[in-house]
Ligand binder design. Structure first.
Ligand code: HEC
Length: 122
């Protein structure tokens, strides 16, 4: 199974559509659906708003704040790989695993972290 063939429908599937396809089992044998890479149509900004903004906009429970350069510069010193790993597995029992985006692949979570840093670090 090639990871390149994530979506063969020719339709830009959003995470939600993809999730509902998986949930209803309506994908045919001819379709290769996998969450191992960034899906066609994946939008880091939209997924951030859906999954991460509740904590990261306000800084709830000490979450580094979106758009706050100091918050994210300090985190970035650990290196991108560490930040992504902490996003996937959770961190300090307060940052939830996958940031609560359970349909997100590891690469999609990385894309969201990159998006946050691009928007935040000056
Ligand atoms: C329930 C609240 C909550 C949600 C939802 C949440 N986070 Fe967090 N996140 C936190 C908190 C709190 C911290 C700070 C933890 C600490 O430093 O002890 C954090 C830290 C982080 C860090 C820094 C980790 C490090 O090593 O310093 C990254 C990156 C991150 N979150 C990404 C995300 C992404 C991406 C999402 C959405 C997919 C997300 N978070 C959703 C609460 C949340």
């Amino acid at each position: 199974m090639s990871l390149k063939n994530v979506v063969k429908t020719g339709v830009a599937l959003s995470g939600l559509v993809l999730a509902s396809v998986l949930a209803t089992g309506s994908a045919t044998a001819g379709q290769t659906l996998t969450l191992a890479q960034v899906s066609e149509g994946f939008d880091p900004a939209r997924t951030y708003t859906q999954s991460c903004a509740a904590c990261h906009n306000s800084g709830a429970a000490g979450a580094p704040r979106m758009g706050n350069s100091a918050d994210w510069s300090a985190r970035l010193e650990k290196g991108m790989d560490v930040l992504v790993e902490h996003t996937i597995n959770g961190f300090n029992n307060i940052m939830p695993p996958k940031g609560m985006c359970f349909t997100c692949s590891d690469d999609e979570l990385r894309a969201i972290v990159q998006y946050i840093i691009d928007e935040s670090v000056e």
